[in-house]
Design a protein around this ligand. Structure first.
Ligand SMILES: [Zn+2]
Length: 323
């Protein structure tokens, strides 16, 4: 008894309103049809081929003796071309590779052509962000993204056998997949774009010499005065300096000059007597109050105290003379 030839024809008008059924039919046949070797056997990802009117078809055979389905090839039903045939060489039932190809050609199917399915539309089914259901595409091994659907043959590799492809974009920092480039931010000092989470964990939007940009967090400081971030090496360009007492950073308006350098104004003591460098403030712990209630730097205390005592004596003498 000769084998019965079947063709699941996506261009058959009956599928237009039965898309889900068509998808299921592709998956069912891939599961049932016997072939020698195929990494896609039994893989439900082939349901993406089930698009009504996309020119694709699945050609296969049935043994009328026991209903065994066997041998398959995806064909372009419009151009009558195919990419690759999958024989079944069980000697009692199928045809070997050469015989299958001869049969295809004898029945009007043009010899294998790796671009035979180029441009045919297939489903775009997302299973997680940037990850899509995708069988191994014979021949060209690639697809093109058209937003709501893919077409066979394009700039996205579809030669993975695990039933999925990652498209969209990948964060080079954490390896995470994202559906489109808008999810990534270009970081100039890094020379590439990374995701929001990596950006927040590792970078600060800070003032550099002139403009704000993303810089490594460890190179940045936050100014307590305005809350803004600055690139540490450029902070002085914006009149922002580190307080020598607290280690925090402030704008010049909140800092005073002391012998030890800039100090946050609330952590300094205003001096009534300028220190030997002409500073009018001192670190609180370096300031000392004289008996007359005025403040000086501790280094100057003894001299100033002596001066005051001499003045007091003079005044006493003067008062005595007047008496
Ligand atoms: Zn990331």
């Amino acid at each position: 008894m000769p084998l019965i030839q079947h063709l699941l024809d996506n261009n058959d008008p009956k599928w237009v309103d039965n898309e889900r059924e068509l998808r299921r039919e592709w998956a069912r046949l891939y599961d049932e049809i016997q072939v020698d070797h195929s990494c896609m056997k039994g893989e439900s990802c082939v349901k993406v081929y089930g698009v009504p009117g996309n020119d694709l078809g699945l050609l296969y055979f049935e043994d009328p003796a026991d209903g065994t389905l066997m041998m398959r090839t995806i064909v372009n039903v419009r151009t009558k071309k195919y990419v690759r045939e999958y024989p079944y060489t069980d000697s009692t039932k199928g045809m070997n590779d050469g015989a299958f190809r001869e049969w295809l050609e004898a029945n009007g199917w043009a010899s294998s052509n790796r671009m035979a399915h180029s441009g045919c539309r297939i489903h775009k089914i997302e299973c997680s962000e940037g990850r899509y259901v995708m069988p191994y595409i014979d021949g060209c091994g690639s697809v093109e993204d058209h937003g709501s659907y893919f077409t066979i043959d394009g700039n996205i590799s579809a030669s993975s056998t695990d039933g999925y492809i990652n498209c969209g974009v990948t964060c080079p920092c954490c390896g995470g997949a994202f559906s489109d480039e808008d999810a990534l931010t270009y970081v100039d000092c890094r020379g590439e774009s990374i995701c929001e989470s990596c950006l927040e964990d590792n970078y600060r939007y800070a003032y550099g010499r002139r403009y704000e940009d993303w810089y490594p967090e460890e190179d940045c400081i936050q100014c307590e005065t305005d809350g803004n971030w600055y690139l540490e090496t450029s902070a002085s360009d914006h009149d922002v300096y580190e307080c020598e007492v607290t280690g925090n950073w402030y704008h010049l308006d909140d800092l005073v000059n002391t012998k030890d350098g800039f100090v946050y104004v609330d952590r300094a003591q205003a001096l009534d007597h300028e220190d030997s460098d002409g500073n009018t403030h001192a670190v609180e712990s370096d300031a000392k109050q004289l008996p007359d209630g005025t403040w000086c730097h501790a280094d100057d205390y003894d001299d100033l105290l002596a001066e005051q005592q001499v003045e007091d004596e003079d005044e006493t003498v003067t008062e005595g003379e007047q008496a």
